[in-house]
Ligand binder design. Structure first.
Ligand code: SF4
Length: 358
């Protein structure tokens, strides 16, 4: 469970756009107005699997950037990144921790070997993590690995820590089908098109190949087609116009899928509430907040809904002072046997509409 105090969402036109930010904003353009530093409190990492994903991605990025091939160097890098991300306790909290760590080490080693072999014949060279900015389009990004062939951009490789195929398609079916790139998540494909556009702007050549690599070692490549990149850029230009001209109502694209995982939903008036069956959202004004003798607690809302935290031990200080405040809870579970009763889970976030709990 996490407790976060939030202020109303601040709206601003972005100064720059990155490929990953764009793939999220294109799904619901109003997110473009919300994506700014003033709204950082809304962004929460919910699960340990999210944190291990962040560690894996950072280690891959830094490993390539610093040419890490030796196991000793890898271990030192992994420990320092893990320390930075969550204080170094993931090994006790994440199932299959050793396997994730091993996968990253293998990926670094495997690509390094290929790189070494290719470097020998001087046909290829490799540029990891280069920041490319384009002032005209306001696009900036850092492709994980840019491969050059005979001095010209040849391939963009992007390493992903999450599931790379569309959620509703089982990975085994995709791999057996043989046309795996078709099933890559649309937002990941979009990101590669924007990286390709950046590479074209920087080097005046479009890369030939686009590759996504997952943490379990699956590598999927497709040709980079001019029409796809141009179409992605057209959508980007339109998005910038829309953000400058359209009203919020026209920019918002609330849908079950879009809002379900949107960090901004506690502050967004267009959100679609996720029903707590089994996990969802509840919000309202606190009628009472009572801490029981073992530190577990019950929050009662003015609507009559009650939220119970089974876990003992003080969950967060000052909980009694929630009375009268507006709160928003995500990822809570409905108790089937009792009407209007909800249970707090490990993934629950309690947003308090107030900067300070006082
Ligand atoms: S909550 Fe829904 S409508 Fe609001 S920004 Fe997020 S996705 Fe868009």
């Amino acid at each position: 469970m996490k407790v976060i105090s939030i202020a109303p969402l601040v709206e601003a036109i972005p100064k720059w756009y990155s490929p990953s930010m764009l793939s999220s904003i294109l799904k619901c353009p109003i997110r473009g107005l919300y994506t700014n530093n003033a709204n950082e409190d809304y962004i929460v990492s919910l699960s340990k699997s999210g944190e291990i994903g962040t560690v894996m991605h950072l280690v891959l990025e830094k490993g390539f950037a610093n040419n890490i091939t030796e196991e000793k160097e890898f271990s030192a890098l992994w420990s320092s990144v893990e320390q930075e991300v969550n204080g170094g306790t993931l090994k006790y909290q994440v199932k299959n921790y050793a396997r994730y760590r091993y996968q990253v080490m293998t990926m670094l080693g495997k690509d390094r070997k290929t790189i070494k072999a290719k470097k020998k014949n001087r046909t290829y060279n490799f540029v990891p993590e280069k920041i490319i900015k384009n002032l005209d389009t306001l696009l900036k990004g850092r492709p994980d690995l840019l491969v050059f062939k005979h001095g010209k951009p040849y391939e963009i490789k992007d390493y992903k820590s999450g599931q790379i195929f569309s959620d509703d398609i089982p990975e085994n079916d995709v791999l057996e089908n043989g046309e795996s790139y078709l099933f890559i998540k649309e937002e990941y494909k979009d990101q590669l098109f924007y990286y390709a556009a950046l590479v074209r702007e920087e080097y005046s050549y479009l890369p030939e190949k686009l590759t996504i690599i997952s943490t379990n070692g699956i590598s999927v490549t497709d040709d980079c087609r001019l029409e796809d990149v141009d179409y992605a850029m057209k959508r980007f230009q339109q998005l910038k116009k829309d953000l400058a001209q359209l009203n919020n109502q026209s920019l918002a694209r609330p849908s079950k899928d879009n809002c379900r995982y949107c960090n901004y939903r506690p502050g967004c008036s267009f959100r679609i509430k996720t029903e707590p069956e089994p996990f969802g959202d509840v919000f309202g004004t606190v009628f009472s907040a009572v801490v029981h003798s073992y530190g577990n607690f019950t929050i009662k809302l003015e609507s009559g809904e009650q939220i119970f935290n089974k876990k003992t031990g003080i969950a967060f200080p000052g909980i009694e002072k929630l009375k009268g405040k507006n709160i928003y809870l995500t990822n809570i579970r409905k108790e089937v046997s009792k009407e209007n009763l909800y249970l707090i889970s490990d993934f629950t976030v309690i947003y308090i509409y107030d900067k300070h709990l006082n």
